[in-house]
Write a protein that binds this ligand. Structure first.
Ligand code: A3D
Length: 313
């Protein structure tokens, strides 16, 4: 029995896809295929070659290739989807629904045919609706399909707390629930800094300001860029999820997962704490929420439901 490298298919080789390819190479997660539309096949081939040529300094071994042919993703262990249009200044994530739904339809059909066993991580916005669409269109089981949003929203929450308090981000632990939009729900009550409850070292005003900045973090970056959205932090967040699956790390990561009764939600993908193992999404953890937290959760559920219904799937 020989050792076989894992295979990672990145569908979409734009801003996030290219950074993901670099991180996955450096982490030696496996061989990487970057797939994009035919008109963008040469650029993704070029990016793949550039990464192969970085390997001697990056100290990794991986085969990295670019393509526009789904046949080349055959048998992938992990599929990460970033295919789709990103936001421009002044746009909401929902403004992308029609154009990105067409793209996800195309992607779902290719992945279903060539990588039917892959653990699939979706990033395309509007996230909660696009991961739902991918799940419906492929017919894959729930443990095989998750959306990347909570991992990033939680990273932003932790980063802002560390920046505000002047402490190491490594010591900030917490989570963010709900949809990937301005009504997501950071949970200050359950956030700790080196084991100390956040509320004991930050004022209510500080906490409110940090929660608001987290909810608007994507928009803050879109405004600075003018065109396009964040890509370094989304890429690394998705890589963390893929790594937990590929190495059976059993990380608990906030992911957009299909709730089947958890938190009183049925049939929607929404950000909840998930155990990611070699089985994929192994378990959703339910947190006992206060009345106030629950009211916030109900609001984000309503937004996710509305956008999800617009997919008509
Ligand atoms: P961008 O740099 O435009 O890359 C998207 C790539 O997808 C381009 O190379 C396109 O050619 C390619 N593409 C388009 N249609 C197809 C198709 N049918 N098949 C294969 N590839 C295709 O965008 P980006 O990388 O900055 O962002 C990608 C997506 O992620 C967008 O929808 C963003 O809104 C979304 N995003 C999500 C988050 C979350 O936290 C959920 C964060 C940031 C961006």
């Amino acid at each position: 029995m020989g050792f076989e490298r894992k295979k990672i298919a990145l569908i979409g080789g734009g801003q996030i896809g290219q950074v993901l390819a670099m991180i996955a190479s450096q982490k030696e997660l496996g061989d990487i295929v970057i797939l994009d539309i035919p008109a963008y096949e040469n650029p993704v081939k070029g990016k793949a070659l550039d990464l192969m040529e970085m390997a001697p300094h990056g100290d990794y071994d991986a085969n990295i290739s670019g393509t526009s042919n789904y046949k080349d993703i055959e048998g992938a262990d992990v599929v990460i989807v970033t295919a789709g249009k990103p936001r421009e200044a002044g746009m909401t994530r929902e403004d992308l629904l029609a154009v990105n739904l067409k793209i996800i339809t195309d992607v779902a059909s290719g992945v279903k045919q060539y990588a039917p066993k892959a653990f699939c991580i979706i990033l395309t916005n509007p996230l909660d609706a696009m991961v739902y669409a991918f799940y419906k269109l492929t017919g894959f089981p729930r443990h095989q399909v998750v959306g990347m949003a909570g991992a990033l929203d939680t990273a932003r929450w932790r980063a802002f707390i560390a920046m505000e308090l002047g402490v190491s981000v490594a010591d900030v632990a917490g989570t963010v629930l709900g949809g990937h939009g301005p009504d997501m729900v950071p949970l200050p009550r359950l956030t700790t800094v080196g084991g100390v409850p956040l509320a004991e070292i930050a004022t209510k005003e500080q906490i409110d300001k940090l929660a608001l900045r987290t909810r608007e973090a994507g928009t803050e970056i879109v405004k600075l860029f003018g065109k396009g959205s964040a890509f370094f932090s989304p890429a690394w967040s998705a890589a963390t999820m893929a790594e937990s699956y590929l190495k059976d790390k059993k990380r608990i990561i906030a992911c957009a997962a299909l709730c089947q009764g958890e938190y009183g939600i049925n049939g929607l993908f929404i950000g909840v704490p998930c155990l990611i193992t070699a089985k994929g999404l192994e378990k959703i953890y339910e947190i006992k929420l206060t009345e106030e937290e629950n009211a916030l959760l109900q609001k984000t559920i309503a937004s996710v439901k509305k956008t999800t219904e617009e997919t008509k799937l």
